[in-house]
Write a protein that binds this ligand. Structure first.
Ligand SMILES: [Zn+2]
Length: 252
């Protein structure tokens, strides 16, 4: 069997379109976006990219109106594919925002990969990002509390078909994953490319893509988007919150 990517929708998040998706435009418009995690497998190894979001109560605290329907938790999604949590060999985190790493401790046998910059920031976030990382300073416990990670910095060839590469900007140590398949190279972008709108050309600015609204560094964000567009064809970019991702049950 060739390499295959299975997207798994772990719930829905309500965001302000201008603040999160389309930089400088559509402020005040609330939209609901899916929250994706991915299983990548060659039939032997089973690797997750992110573990998705938490249950409705906590999700609604983050972004009012967000929810996780029944059966959407990451382990329930995997069960639908006939896979138990102990069968996951590794989890690669694009970043450690709450909606990408919830329930990670379910995967007791997996190695956890994260960019070292992201881990450092997540353990001691800037005051503006305490909620995003569920910081202990808010009296709660983040999903990664007490977890041991394999830290990567720079590009990292995880196996023969997966390359992790830094795409900072949305968060300080964000990374994306290029997956070589029989259909060409797919990029699992994480939030370095947030949603469908970001894949569209920005006519007004004369750009081949639409810059995102949510970032810690606008220039890093821009460069990371450029890099992803160089590495994958437009149809082969899988945004972290793209409705387009659900078009297919698996890639290829
Ligand atoms: Zn994020």
């Amino acid at each position: 069997m060739g390499v295959r990517i299975h997207p798994m929708n772990t719930g829905f998040i309500k965001v302000d379109k201008g603040a999160y998706i389309t930089m400088g435009r559509n402020y005040g418009e609330k939209v609901e976006v899916p929250d994706w995690a991915f299983l990548v497998t060659d039939g032997r190894e089973r690797i997750l990219i992110d573990t998705g979001m938490c249950g409705t109560e906590r999700a609604d605290w983050h972004h009012p109106g967000s929810y996780q329907p029944e059966g959407h938790r990451i382990d329930e999604r995997l069960r639908g594919l006939g896979i138990g949590p102990d069968e996951i060999d590794a989890v690669v985190f694009t970043h450690l925002h709450w909606d990408h790493c919830s329930n990670m401790k379910l995967f007791r046998k997996a190695k956890f990969y994260v960019h070292s910059k992201e881990l450092r920031f997540a353990l001691d976030p800037h005051i503006l990002y305490l909620k995003s990382y569920e910081s202990k300073r808010l009296g709660i416990s983040p999903p990664f509390d007490g977890v041991e990670f394999e830290e990567v910095s720079g590009e990292y060839q995880l196996n023969r078909y997966m390359l992790l590469f830094p795409t900072p900007g949305h968060s300080p140590g964000h990374q994306s994953v290029a997956v070589e398949t029989d259909e060409g190279v797919y990029v699992i972008a994480g939030d370095a490319i947030f949603s469908d709108e970001n894949l569209e050309p920005d006519e007004e600015r004369g750009l081949p893509f639409t810059p995102m609204g949510r970032y810690v560094d606008v220039f890093d964000m821009f460069e990371s988007m450029e890099r992803i567009f160089r590495m994958a064809d437009r149809g082969r970019i899988l945004p972290g919150h793209g409705r387009c991702v659900g078009r297919r049950g698996h890639y290829p």
